[in-house]
Ligand binder design. Structure first.
Ligand SMILES: [Co+2]
Length: 191
């Protein structure tokens, strides 16, 4: 795959269709500036501020934009909130649709055929492979991303974090917890 991408990039550059410097800027932007730390800020704010959480539930696109996170692949956002009764998990069964402004670029497994098919057929089994065991009474709801709608899972706030700052809370929010294939870290566990 690496070779194919490089060959394609070379041909497009030689034909003058792309500027390699512009590609470098794009890649750097998504690798270093835009990533799951953005989403973690959104979750930490939602945990800290009930009014923001309500806004996020009503109009996730606007609430997320208020923190400065906007852009391609995040034009229409929906936030889904985990609780004891229901756990949400996100997939794109067709391809790899993903909320770039809040999570960056999707991990390889998210784009893989096995995840895309099994997340729908056997979400509990997939979660177990990610090391997540939910109580049998917790229902799992799987959301299929589309070219229009992108989902952000708001994981449950860990217990023992009352009074924590948003910075400290954001450190507990993992990328996978915002896809629904993980949970937020417990206080005191290794980052
Ligand atoms: Co897709």
């Amino acid at each position: 795959m690496d070779l194919r991408v490089r060959a394609l990039e070379t041909v497009l550059t030689q034909k003058g269709y792309i500027d390699p410097a512009a590609l470098d800027v794009l890649i750097d932007t998504y690798q270093t500036r835009i990533g799951p730390r953005n989403g973690a800020r959104v979750v930490a704010r939602a945990w800290s501020d009930p009014a923001f959480a309500d806004w996020l539930a009503q109009d996730a696109t606007a609430a997320i934009a208020s923190l400065g996170f906007t852009g391609r692949q995040g034009e229409h956002m929906v936030a889904v909130f985990n609780d004891q009764e229901q756990h949400h998990m996100v997939v794109c069964t067709l391809c790899s649709c993903y909320p770039w402004p809040v999570l960056g670029l999707p991990p390889t497994w998210y784009k893989s055929a096995p995840y895309r098919s099994r997340a729908v057929r056997d979400p509990r089994g997939v979660l177990a492979e990610f090391g997540v065991q939910l109580p049998a009474a917790t229902a799992i709801r799987v959301w299929d991303s589309t070219a229009e709608l992108r989902y952000l899972v708001i994981p449950r706030r860990p217990e023992g974090t009352e009074g924590w700052s948003e910075d400290a809370l954001a450190d507990l929010v993992t990328r996978d917890s915002m896809i629904g294939t993980g949970l937020a870290r417990q206080p005191g566990s290794a980052a």
